[in-house]
Write a protein that binds this ligand. Structure first.
Ligand code: COA
Length: 357
């Protein structure tokens, strides 16, 4: 029995492999490095092959963005909620099913609903999608109405590709558990999104920025990190259940952050604080936890990247879902095709009824 199910193998998958000892990620036979040369739409096609066949995926996804946009209703109650909770409600209104069309709508959902919610919260009308644009370019355009630079669109596209799938993480497991009951892709997506919301999974990048705000200046990084660890806090953006070396996705996103830096599309002070904090955190974690390798994870550079692209921190989990939804859909279908309900056992450690003599 292991409370966190560490080392328990709960699925066989052809979708992705996370090698925690080597620090590698493979998606359907393609290494993360090679994956980064592809567009999000192409990675979706790769992930869905044999599970969710779609002809001309880029055009079909564009059409799905238009379809889900038509579902947006002005509802003041939505704006009271956090973007993740509001998006969960909007996704819940999509019909359930097992078709590729349902999966496309679910991938289009976070991409369309997140910009719409952010605009509504700011008192602006949502902007309709442009089906002809690449997915990442259209997401940025729907946020502001402005055409973003190629480097900004490339940075978001790289982010979506980097997070599209990652083995049997908590949200993907949740998606597979629900899929195994035959409930449908929308139900799987809702379970997965709810798991992603937690700060130990997809909710970490917002707190990474809170940490960088608290650090304030590069010279304060060492002292701040020491004090946080002395208070028993976990440093957000560090550590991972599987990786015992550096999370390769951290470097993929660090590359995108550097691209933004070279194009002067990121605040240089923020970048300097982040680099000083990362160095201080790694040094302190190595010293204080010599037996437990703790390195930078994907969320650290996610925070910098999404902030530089103009997303508010309250929407970071929604942007994560834009990419990871592709993986959830493939895993849900893969699970359904096994034809097996996921139903583990528990060990009862509670009181037993008194025996009557
Ligand atoms: N900062 C400080 N200490 C950390 C740490 C962090 N980010 N991550 C782990 N540790 C410590 C734990 O406190 C624990 O110490 P202890 O043995 O003295 O109690 C030890 O390292 C092992 O931690 P454990 O909880 O077993 O690690 P895990 O593999 O279960 O947890 C995470 C993985 C991701 C939940 C954990 O590293 C974490 O909370 N990180 C911060 C949140 C984050 O960035 N999440 C995004 C993940 S992609």
């Amino acid at each position: 029995m292991s409370n966190g199910l560490e080392d328990v193998i709960a699925a066989q998958t052809v979708l992705s492999d996370v090698d925690g000892a080597r620090g590698t990620l493979i998606v359907r036979g393609v290494s993360l490095d090679d994956l980064l040369a592809r567009r999000f739409e192409d990675v979706l096609e790769l992930l869905w092959e044999g599970f969710l066949p779609v002809e001309n995926l880029a055009a079909s996804l564009g059409a799905a963005r238009i379809r889900v946009f038509e579902q947006i209703r002005s509802d003041p109650a939505l704006l009271e909620l956090s973007p993740t909770e509001a998006m969960r409600l909007m996704l819940a209104r999509l019909p359930d099913g097992d078709s590729a069309e349902t999966a496309l709508a679910l991938v289009a959902g976070p991409a369309v609903f997140t910009p719409a919610l952010l605009r509504l919260k700011a008192g602006h009308q949502p902007l309709a999608p442009d089906a002809a644009l690449p997915h990442a370019t259209d997401i940025l355009r729907m946020c502001t109405g402005k055409v973003h630079s190629q480097v900004q669109a490339a940075a978001l596209d790289r982010y979506l590709v980097t997070v599209a799938d990652h083995g049997l993480n908590a949200s993907t497991f949740a998606a597979r558990v629900v899929a195994s009951t035959g409930a449908g892709l929308t139900s799987s997506a809702l379970a997965a999104l709810s798991a992603l919301k937690g700060p130990l999974h997809g909710g970490a990048p917002g707190p990474v920025l809170d940490m960088l705000d608290a650090v304030g200046t590069p010279t304060n990084a060492g002292v701040w990190v020491e004090e946080a660890l002395a208070r028993g806090e976990r440093l957000m953006g560090f550590g991972h259940r599987i990786y015992r070396v550096r999370d390769p996705r951290a470097d993929a996103l660090k590359g995108a952050v550097r691209m933004l830096g070279a194009a002067r599309a990121i605040n240089p002070v923020r970048l300097a604080v982040a680099e000083a904090t990362e160095a201080a955190a790694l040094e302190a974690l190595r010293r204080k936890k010599p037996d437990r390798p703790l390195d930078t994870n994907v969320e650290f550079y996610t925070a910098l990247l999404l902030e530089a692209l103009g997303f508010p921190r309250m929407a970071f989990t929604c942007v994560f879902a834009m990419g990871r939804m592709g993986g959830w859909m493939a895993h849900a279908r893969e699970q359904v095709l096994t034809g097996r309900l996921i139903r583990p056992k528990s060990v009862y450690v509670g009181p037993v009824p008194k025996m009557v003599a």
